[in-house]
Design a protein around this ligand. Structure first.
Ligand code: ATP
Ligand code: MG
Length: 777
């Protein structure tokens, strides 16, 4: 065990104050890497040292992994008592509470949690049953609309009472939206299932409708702490508000500059209004970043400066300057992947690093493929976070569906998934009849099946027998579940249902991999059963396991025991840190995303996302972009992201090899041989001859430096840049975003040539001519 005081002494003054602040509301607003999460962690240890019972502390984090790490850290200081802390994501904590209280809301305590796939399958079924056009009623859109209703606490009734909402859907040619919402909620309820958003919505309902329940949890959670507060949505905000209302011991930490979930309903006003919501709020600011080098911290500051909506904040670091941020351009996305892989390889060798010291971050999941291919070719082990997680694989979902049925036979999505898998001769038309009957009698499909002999459904006797056999099999599992543990039961289920035999029959390498996955699942359950013995508040083993699984993000499955490069979207990287970070796909329309450039606030959210990405790096950041990229099955031209340009150039190091500048412009001339500048065009790259990758050789560098800054030398930029090379001090120029300005000075040659420009609106900026979109006026 470590000595608390000794640990507290390691904090700086600004961190120490909120850590030992005792009662009342407090908020820590501070930039990335300044120790917010550390303050939260030590604060919990401190509170416990002051006699606060672990049972009275609730900590809400962004991932369950973060919660686990925090708990481990705390137990190093306070010992075993840390086990009794309630820590986790909003969803996992409130799922637990809902289990205790489910009956009050008419749910079984073993309710199923529908994941997003389940929700989408259900919506698809509803659209089909209602006979609606699936091209107009797109299930993904419906799901996100329902999700946003729920996160704003708009119930079905509230929806129908709100003419604006109803009209908006009518205008969007979805007049049946309300009916779909109603049917979706009814079906979930009948199936004894809650979706992710319900976990928050129903918690709010519980706390609102049952004052005695609210009082119970208010008394229990005397100290509430929330990390990443900037990304809480309205529903989460209301829960925290209600629970902390009595004691007002609420501590939130966050950074408005890292708010990146507005698209999912996160509300930055939760931070801005905190002082309004509580009396006598103590506000603390941290300014010193401990994570990153000076270059990274200052570069990140220079980017976020471009956002208009922000709280004024200082972030500085006493760390060393470090290297500049390396910017690399490639010709294709395949080459970008190869650059990342070889750079990781070289850095690992030269700096004696582990794979786990590297992360590759991207804007969209689809970008991982090119990176993966390149890493595989180099034999560099990696792990993808946020793709299809282990628990979403088909064979795993099949096993889980059986388990979910054992616990809750009303679970409609699970039943439909496995009623005829492995095949047992129960066809879709039979299932359709069961669905109709279930609706008619207001019962679950399983109940209809269990009473199949008493209902006239025009199902032949052979099929009836098959249905009864299925019911009997599930019931036999239920009986076993009363005595056996989750591991024994699952092993039995995989054999008895024929799942494993089915895969064995398959015989292909994929089939073998699937069996291995099922074995891995069994290992996981065994671990869980062992671990369960230590957990406070544990209830029925199988239910708990299924809940863990339903709420697991793949970050949570990272046992951290093998050494791999981490690949993930920037959204997932929030709160994490890595010595080396590669941010790939730094291109306009990709990052910032084309879909998020309609309004200033969307663009600012993209910029915050970039800020999050950059501030994950401890020692070295790379920004890579490519000239052309396959998107939606087409090769498209790409332009470097404006975010590169927004970084003050003094923090950047352009490491693009000379080969990537080899394309000559195709210049149109008129009949007199004069260049028609309005027609300057680029010759498209010819990706058939892949360029050599890696750093330019000394020879190439020399050549590069000698290149005269003419259109010939590096004219592979958009036409406006051709003019840039002729710029001289005194020129008046127009920039697409900064507006009109005057060139004060030109520095550097070739690729490094830059202009210092005084813009009428935005002050003096140094722009690299290679990137700057300038027009001489
Ligand atoms: P983010 O905004 O990205 O979530 P954060 O503000 O939560 O960042 P932490 O993750 O708590 O920051 O801290 C960043 C890094 O700095 C961590 O590695 C942490 O251990 C380290 N750190 C924080 N405070 C100190 C300190 N006083 N002395 C040494 N290291 C520190
Ligand atoms: Mg943090």
């Amino acid at each position: 065990m470590q000595d608390l005081q000794q640990q507290l002494n390691l904090l700086n003054e600004a961190q120490y104050a909120p850590t030992v602040h005792k009662d009342g509301p407090l908020m820590v607003i501070a930039g990335a890497g300044s120790g917010k999460t550390r303050v939260l962690t030590y604060r919990i240890a401190y509170l416990m040292s002051q006699g606060v019972d672990a049972f009275n502390i609730l900590a809400l984090t962004f991932t369950n992994k973060a919660a686990r790490e925090m708990k481990n850290r705390i137990s190093q200081i306070v010992g075993g008592e840390a086990k009794n802390l309630w820590m986790g994501t909003f969803h996992s904590i409130f799922a637990k509470i809902l289990r205790f209280e489910a009956d009050k809301l008419g749910y079984p305590s073993n309710f199923t949690i529908y994941d997003s796939q389940d929700s989408e399958r259900l919506l698809r079924a509803i659209i089909r049953e209602m006979g609606l056009d699936k091209d107009i009623y797109k299930y993904k859109q419906l799901r996100s609309r329902i999700s946003s209703f729920k996160n704003s606490l708009i119930t079905v009734r509230a929806y129908f009472n709100n003419p604006d909402l109803v009209e908006a859907d009518a205008m969007a040619k979805r007049p049946r939206m309300g009916d779909i919402y109603q049917e979706y909620c009814d079906r979930c309820f009948k199936a004894g299932a809650m979706d992710f958003d319900d976990l928050l919505l129903k918690t709010n309902e519980l706390l609102n409708r049952f004052p005695e329940v609210l009082a119970k949890y208010q008394d229990r959670f005397r100290y509430i702490l929330v990390d990443e507060y900037q990304d809480t949505n309205h529903s989460q905000y209301l829960i925290v508000r209600a629970l902390s209302d009595k004691f007002q011991n609420i501590c939130v930490v966050g950074d408005d500059a890292q708010s990146i979930y507005a698209f999912r309903g996160a509300n930055i006003n939760n931070i801005l209004n905190f002082q309004r919501d509580y009396d006598d709020v103590a506000v603390y600011r941290l300014e010193q970043n401990y994570r990153s080098t000076k270059n990274i911290v200052e570069a990140a500051n220079s980017v976020i400066e471009h956002n208009k909506t922000k709280l004024d904040k200082v972030v500085w670091t006493a760390n060393e300057d470090g290297n500049k941020i390396k910017v690399h351009r490639s010709i294709t996305d395949g080459e970008e992947g190869r650059f990342v892989a070889s750079s990781i390889f070289e850095n690992k060798m030269q700096q004696q690093l582990m794979n786990g010291d590297f992360a590759v971050l991207y804007r969209t999941n689809a970008q991982s493929r090119a990176i993966e291919d390149a890493l595989r070719k180099r034999d560099i082990p990696y792990r993808i976070y946020g793709g299809l997680s282990f628990y979403q694989r088909k064979e795993i979902k099949d096993v889980l569906a059986y388990l979910r049925l054992v616990v809750n036979p009303k679970d409609e999505e699970s039943l439909k998934r496995v009623i005829n898998y492995p095949a047992r001769g129960i066809g879709q038309s039979t299932v359709d009849k069961l669905v109709v009957a279930a609706k008619h009698y207001g019962r679950s499909i399983f109940e209809v099946m269990a009473n199949i002999d008493r209902i006239d459904l025009k199902i032949n006797s052979g099929t009836k027998t098959k249905l009864s056999n299925f019911v009997t099999m599930i019931q036999s599992f239920q009986i076993m579940n009363e005595g056996a543990n989750a591991f024994e039961l699952t092993e039995h289920v995989t054999k008895k249902t024929g799942l494993v035999q089915e895969l064995k029959k398959d015989g292909t390498p994929e089939g073998v991999a699937r069996i291995e996955n099922i074995e891995e699942l069994l290992n996981g359950i065994k671990d869980f059963v062992e671990g369960q013995k230590e957990v406070a508040d544990a209830t029925g083993a199988l239910t708990e396991f299924l809940e863990d699984v339903a709420l697991a993000t793949d970050l949570d499955n990272d046992k951290g025991d093998d050494d791999r490069v981490a690949l993930m979207t920037i959204h997932l990287a929030k709160g994490l840190e890595f010595p080396y970070v590669y941010i790939v796909g730094m291109e306009e329309d990709l990052f910032p995303s084309a879909m998020s450039m309609n309004t200033r606030s969307e663009l600012e959210e993209e910029r915050r996302l970039f800020y999050v990405a950059l501030t994950r790096a401890e020692k070295q950041a790379y920004l890579t972009y490519t000239q052309s990229r396959y998107r939606w099955g087409k090769l498209i031209d790409a332009e470097p992201s404006r975010f590169i340009e927004e970084i003050d150039d003094q923090y950047l190091d352009h490491i693009t090899p000379v080969e990537n500048y080899r394309f000559k412009p195709m210049i149109d001339t008129d009949i007199f041989g004069e260049v028609d500048k309005s027609k300057l065009r680029l010759k498209k790259p010819v990706p058939s001859a892949p360029p050599k990758i890696g750093k330019p050789t000394p020879d190439q560098l020399r050549k590069l430096r000698k290149l005269k800054p003419t259109t010939e030398a590096n004219g592979n930029e958009p036409s406006a840049n051709l003019f840039n090379n002729e710029l001289v001090a005194g020129n008046k120029v127009e920039h697409t975003r900064f507006g009109i300005g005057e060139v004060l000075k030109i520095d550097g040659v070739g690729n490094d040539k830059k202009a210092e420009i005084r813009f009428e609106a935005g002050g003096i900026k140094k722009l690299l001519l290679r990137f700057a979109k300038l027009k001489v006026i």
